[in-house]
Design a protein around this ligand. Structure first.
Ligand code: HEC
Length: 405
């Protein structure tokens, strides 16, 4: 029994690894087929003169030539096997939700909740999360079914405003990283629900109508097309959010929701450029503007830090290592030690230990990213580190992270 108990954290680490791995694999399969069919449809040669063929395409890949025809209507004789592309989407959502449970719900206290922002119980945090996942789909679906959908620009602007408001709200409810992941999870839920509720039902209708010699429901077909275009644009922000956990200067920024908005707009506009290019409209100017946007965002995030750094340098304080060691011992060590003393931690999080000077020096870049470039650690500032202490760590690192003074 004791043995199984001590195995538990390892089981969760491995579960995290396996489910994350699956999530990425099926996600690639989903986005891959979706990008491929999008590309395929735009590159079809439509100038061929064959009665039943809408367009054709030749390609070479994996050691062979492929000749693809898109039919104008349903096939006269249905093939024995018709391939659908839906499980890629469903399994991506299912594995994503499983990850949300393994990584966030089960560690709600330390990873979702930031006591400085909102002192809620894990149960409430999880309920709010579920409300956001479902609610964002209902709001989006409602807008898609309203008259607003006929005005693409107005529809996009309203969706962006609502999404921005919801991300802001999330940063006021959860810790920054959990807030970011929830925006991604809401968008991912919308994408998967689009497949499940609209795109696949429309395709089923197409197949059934063909088999029964009936006209397919045109409205269903048009709705499916719209939703699949939406998914195409939403993909880029979602993928950014998934990798954002490696970039604390984004999710850890004071205006993280604003940064997310800008990066999403830049991503969607690059997607827009490629979609237009597929339609043979070459609006190349979009790309340098997107690059400029990224550059300005970088300046916005980093210039204040450079200025702050210069101000600290001029104080010429010498920071001794023993002072730094004490700060880290009291503010971080309670969790990041071999036998953590902080309630609820049986093992050091992510195996990160800061007990010896060597441990600290070895992880200096990570510490800088979590404590100085952002305020992510300590989570929810549970140990009450002060700005002055953060500045001392910064100054010590700047002056060469010397452990011998
Ligand atoms: C209350 C417990 C707690 C305290 C105190 C704490 N941490 Fe952490 N730390 C965590 C947890 C939990 C994680 C894992 C977070 C995750 O997986 O997202 C973590 C992760 C980290 C990481 C790795 C982040 C990454 O994603 O690579 C670093 C670096 C870190 N902490 C540094 C610090 C420093 C420096 C301090 C002190 C200023 C500190 N921590 C204080 C709990 C704590």
């Amino acid at each position: 029994m004791e043995f199984i108990y001590s195995l538990t954290p390892f089981i969760f680490d491995w579960l995290d690894l396996i489910v994350r791995w699956i999530h990425i694999i099926v996600g690639i399969a989903w986005i891959g087929t979706s990008f491929y069919f999008n590309w395929l449809d735009s590159r079809l040669d439509r100038e061929i003169n064959k009665d039943d063929i809408d367009g054709e395409l030749w390609s070479v890949h994996s050691g062979g030539f492929y000749h693809i025809n898109k039919l104008k209507g349903p096939p006269k004789n249905f093939p024995k096997e018709l391939h659908w592309f839906k499980w890629e989407a469903y399994t991506t959502w299912i594995s994503g939700f499983a990850l949300l449970i393994i990584v966030y719900y089960l560690n709600a206290e330390s990873i979702m909740i930031d006591k400085n922002i909102n002192d809620i119980s894990p149960f409430i945090a999880i309920i709010i999360s579920l409300i956001f996942l479902l609610g964002s789909w209902f709001i989006y679906d409602f807008l898609c079914k309203s008259k607003l959908i006929n005005n693409i620009i107005l529809f996009s602007i309203i969706c962006i405003i609502i999404a921005t408001f919801l991300s802001y709200l999330l940063t006021e409810i959860y810790g920054s990283r959990a807030a970011y992941i929830h925006v991604g999870a809401c968008l991912g839920t919308i994408m998967a629900a689009n497949v499940f509720r609209v795109i696949i039902p429309s395709q089923k209708n197409m197949v059934e109508s063909a088999l029964n010699n009936k006209q397919p429901d045109l409205k269903k077909g048009l709705d499916a097309k719209t939703r699949s275009i939406h998914n195409n644009y939403i993909t880029l922000p979602v993928l950014f959010i998934m990798i954002s956990s490696h970039f604390p200067f984004t999710y850890g920024h004071h205006y993280n929701w604003l940064i997310l908005l800008f990066i999403s707009i830049i991503g969607a506009s690059v997607r827009h450029y490629f979609n237009l290019r597929n339609k043979k409209q070459h609006k190349v100017w979009i790309l340098p503007i997107a690059a400029l946007g990224m550059f300005l965002l970088m300046l916005y995030v980093s210039v204040p830090k450079i200025i702050q750094k210069d101000m600290i340098k001029t104080t010429k304080d010498q920071i001794s290592f023993s002072e730094i060691n004490n700060i880290i011992k009291y503010r971080c060590g309670v969790c990041h030690m071999n036998k953590p003393t902080f309630e609820g931690f049986d093992d050091p999080p992510l195996g990160l230990v800061f007990e010896s000077p060597d441990d600290i020096v070895k992880n200096i870049e990570k510490i800088k990213a979590q404590v100085i470039d952002s305020d992510i650690m300590p989570p929810g500032n549970l140990t009450g580190i002060t700005d002055e202490e953060r500045n001392k760590i910064r100054l010590w690192i700047e002056s060469g992270a010397n452990i011998n003074n």
